[in-house]
Design a protein around this ligand. Structure first.
Ligand SMILES: Nc1nc2c(c(=O)[nH]1)N[C@H]1C(S)=C(S)[C@@H](COP(=O)(O)OP(=O)(O)OC[C@H]3O[C@@H](n4cnc5c(=O)[nH]c(N)nc54)[C@H](O)[C@@H]3O)O[C@H]1N2
Ligand SMILES: Nc1nc2c(c(=O)[nH]1)N[C@H]1C(S)=C(S)[C@@H](COP(=O)(O)OP(=O)(O)OC[C@H]3O[C@@H](n4cnc5c(=O)[nH]c(N)nc54)[C@H](O)[C@@H]3O)O[C@H]1N2
Ligand SMILES: [Mo]
Length: 784
């Protein structure tokens, strides 16, 4: 199956605005194409409304109930809904007609287009096909397998950030009742660096602002984030802030359309007029240069004495060491590392100097580097220095990815959950949860690779495709005795199987969830700690679907039974039972059932935001000092960042249009600066393989058949889409302290496809996220 032909790939100039009428047209086309007119109206008008369902696309907060538009969604939210509420079905007949090996030869995009899975399916040892299985038999098989393990720690319980608070709470309870803290999640690959940095510096790993603070800010710093694509509703908030007089400073190797101008489809000006200019000043930083940049800005703030001495004195510790560290910054190192001039950095620092209330936003552009934790701590230093925490219009805003990734952590999906949480579990349920920390995502892969784990359960997500070092990860997954995926649609992880493999189809957020006591609703938390309810309007895709809670409690009954006297059935039949446990176990959730049901929900406590209280080791906001750690990129190599196109949600590929960057009809492209293309002996349009050089091992990692596209990115840098580039990210290349894969700093070489140093396989340019290439050379090759 060819998703697209080389000839279909069209390259145009990048756009200079986001949204506008085209966004509306694309939303409607996709929605109508997947769902038809009735479902389109039913879902989209319910999306993000107080009585409706929460968008599963991203974790951007909703305006207060009285201030929402009738169409409170964005183009990519509409695509996410269409993808889930599609009327296409992957039935047992479909699985009978396509062997697992055949499905594995298809692209991720094709797999996603096969629609919603309707029946629980199993692949037995030696089997080549998925066959239908009864739910009870599925639970029994899983229970038997889990009970046969030598230790509970041989099981890996992964979560993707779409799971509701109710399912997350039940899941972590089950894992701990079963006896392990092996609860890796997508956060380990996402904002883990943020959580670690903020926990140490401000005492809590979450954003210190509300949506109102964004509206009230004088300056908004957008570092390493592409809101036009990944958090499009954020553009409305930025527009509002600008109307209130805010300035925006963007820091990004790419001049993303959503940073430049926003044509708000909700307003006439946005539909036919010039739109709103967003970024007032843009720093086209070199990939991984942010730590040096933040230190340089710090040195200027110190030089100008633009310091909130009263705040520093009253609330923080470590100021002097930080001041001495940044004052000593070496500007030659700064300009080399950032690719920016002293003049540019000074202009940016003046924007901070001139603002009395700054909100700092960031996402994957900061979190997925070796020095990510240090970088985010340095950003926090800037906030401390000017007192930009715990006051209106100011604060730290790590913009989360998955719609409930933050809630899942709050509910205890965390391999290193603090002891006080385990104490509460113990008090509530009367058993001793394991205290030893569990495995995060990268360590889980290592354990699976090394034969220390033999059971994998994924609550959503697409583990083998989202994780780094695809060749290693796929082999690790294939070593499992059993793999189980609770999913809505087919993805690669269902095809890279253990000896026994189960796919358990579940309800999505768009669907009605009816249990023994009647219709249920669920709850979620957004990026700004606001928790609210969600209720789907649609009839489920199949009568056989079970909710995540029903599946998890079914597995728990089969694996744990009534060993600890936990009432799994009660929780399944009435989710209020789960919420009443949550209200007693999770800090800040007292009165959960009532509070979360209020229109708009409630906001969780956040000590720095609420009272400038810092629950850190010192009891104060902690300034930190970090050495600038410059990545060495050898001559002839480039520093690759792997990012999202405008037409995907992580590993779900909606289509082949990265409209804002001018790419249509394909995904295997690598963006490179014009002068680098020439210096490396290539031309725009050449087809190359990407090879990784990782100084700590001599393994040659490879992704083949990328078209070079001349692009406005700093010299020495490159960009290409995730997940096609995941084979290039070494498993052991992770951020210091957070173990987050360094998906935004991969040292690569471009090699002409088909030449002697290129990938071992023939260049096949027709795949989107397919792993055919890995099958062609299943073992990592060693450089000769
Ligand atoms: N439609 C849609 N929405 C999504 C997602 C999706 O796939 N599709 N994914 C969701 C998830 S899970 C997440 S985590 C978020 C991700 O949201 P983002 O973090 O916006 O996603 P990325 O595409 O990874 O983009 C990273 C941005 O950082 C920039 N960047 C890369 N390296 C550096 C660097 O060294 N320094 C700086 N300053 N910038 C850099 C890139 O040029 C790019 O603009 O979006 C969420 N929302
Ligand atoms: N190279 C590189 N790698 C990266 C990143 C990067 O920037 N570069 N980003 C990382 C980041 S930030 C993240 S968050 C991870 C994402 O990693 P994951 O969260 O594991 O991946 P997703 O692609 O979001 O998962 C999509 C799958 O979830 C299932 N699904 C969808 N809706 C539901 C539902 O309601 N319930 C259930 N049970 N299943 C559902 C569908 O089967 C779908 O195929 O990837 C990481 N990997
Ligand atoms: Mo993410």
């Amino acid at each position: 199956m060819r998703d697209y032909d080389e000839a279909d790939l069209k390259i145009d100039k990048p756009k200079t605005h986001a949204a506008g009428p085209v966004a509306v047209a694309v939303s409607m086309k996709r929605a109508l194409g997947h769902m038809g007119p009735v479902r389109t109206a039913k879902t989209l008008l319910d999306l993000n409304q107080a009585e409706g369902f929460d968008c599963m696309s991203c974790a951007w907060p909703d305006p207060d109930p009285g201030h929402r538009h009738a169409a409170e969604f964005c183009e990519n939210g509409a695509k996410a809904v269409a993808e889930e509420a599609t009327t296409t079905r992957a039935t047992p007949e479909f699985f009978a007609a396509h062997s697992i090996a055949e499905l594995d030869s298809k692209s991720e995009h094709w797999l996603g287009q096969q629609g919603r899975i309707t029946h629980p399916m199993v692949k037995l040892p030696g089997g080549r096909f998925y066959e239908p299985i009864d739910w009870d038999d599925a639970f029994r098989l899983i229970g038997e397998q889990l009970r046969s393990l030598n230790s509970p720690d041989e099981a890996i319980f992964y979560t993707s950030g779409r799971a509701s608070n109710e399912s997350a709470f039940v899941y972590q309870l089950f894992a701990r009742a079963f006896g392990t803290n092996n609860l890796p999640d997508c956060s380990n690959m996402c904002h883990e660096s943020t959580s670690i940095a903020l926990q140490e510096t401000i005492g809590i790993g979450k954003a210190s602002v509300t949506l109102q603070d964004v509206y009230d800010a004088e300056l908004i710093v957008l570092a390493g984030q592409n809101p036009g694509t990944n958090h499009p509703r954020m553009l409305s908030a930025l527009e509002k802030a600008k109307q209130n007089g805010a300035k925006i400073l963007s820091i990004n190797p790419l001049r993303e359309a959503g940073l430049v101008n926003f044509k708000n489809p909700q307003t006439p000006r946005g539909m036919v007029g010039p739109g709103t200019d967003l970024s007032d000043f843009h720093l086209p930083i070199r990939v991984n240069g942010d730590l040096a940049l933040f230190q340089a800005i710090g040195s200027l703030l110190v030089e100008w004495d633009s310091i909130d001495h009263a705040f520093v004195e009253q609330y923080t510790t470590g100021f002097e060491s930080w001041r001495d560290n940044v004052t000593a910054v070496d500007w030659d190192v700064v300009t080399a590392s950032t690719g920016l001039s002293r003049h540019q950095i000074t202009e940016a620092a003046q924007m901070l100097r001139d603002s009395k209330a700054t909100v700092f936003c960031w996402a994957m552009g900061l979190t997925q580097h070796r020095n990510a934790v240090a970088t985010i701590k340095e950003l926090t230093n800037l906030a401390f220095a000017q007192g930009n925490i715990g006051k209106p219009g100011a604060g730290l805003l790590p913009v989360r990815g998955h719609s409930n990734v933050q809630g899942d952590r709050t509910m205890g999906i965390w391999e290193r959950v603090p002891d006080h949480f385990l104490d509460s579990i113990q008090a509530e349920f009367g058993f001793d949860p394991p205290r030893e920390h569990g495995l995060d995502t990268v360590d889980s892969i290592r354990a699976m690779r090394d034969g220390k784990a033999s059971f994998f359960l994924g609550l959503g997500g697409n583990f083998v495709q989202a994780t780094p070092d695809s060749t290693v990860t796929h082999l690790a997954m294939r070593r499992m005795a059993m793999t189980v995926h609770i999913s809505t649609k087919i993805n690669r992880s269902h095809l890279v199987t253990g000896d026994i493999a189960l796919v358990l189809p579940t309800l999505g957020r768009t669907e009605k969830d009816v249990q023994a006591t009647g219709e249920q609703w669920i709850s979620v938390e957004d990026s700004t700690c606001s928790v609210h309810s969600s209720r789907g309007p649609l009839k489920p895709a199949s009568d056989l679907l079970k909710s995540e809670v029903a599946i998890l409690t079914g597995i728990a009954e089969a694996a744990v039974g009534d060993r600890h006297g936990i009432d799994w059935k009660g929780m399944r039949e009435n989710y209020s039972t789960i919420r009443s446990h949550i209200s007693r176990v999770v800090n800040g959730c007292e009165g959960y059932e009532v509070n979360v049901r209020r229109p708009g929900g409630f906001v969780l406590p956040h000590p720095p935001r609420d009272s400038r209280t810092f629950e850190t080791k010192s009891g104060r906001g902690e300034f930190t000092t970090s050495p600038i750690d410059v990545l060495h990129v050898p001559d002839g190599h480039l520093l690759l960042q792997t990012l999202r196109s405008h037409d995907q949600f992580n590993t779900t590929i909606y289509g082949l249009s990265d409209r804002y960057r001018g790419i249509e009809g394909g995904r295997r492209v690598v963006f490179v600066h014009r002068e680098d293309i020439a210096a490396l002996g290539f031309q725009d349009g050449d087809i190359v393989d990407l090879l990784t050089r990782w100084e700590d091992d001599d393994v040659d990692r490879c992704a083949d058949g990328f078209r070079i596209v001349e692009y406005d990115t700093p010299r020495g840098c490159a960009a290409a889409y995730y997940p096609e580039t995941n084979p290039l990210v070494p498993l052991d290349s992770t951020a210091t302290d957070s173990n987050c894969p360094t998906s935004k700093s991969v040292v690569i070489q471009l090699v002409r496809t088909g030449t002697s140093h290129a990938c071992a396989s023939e260049g096949t340019q027709d795949r989107v996220g397919s792993d055919e290439a890995h099958k062609n050379h299943p073992q990592p090759r060693h450089l000769s």
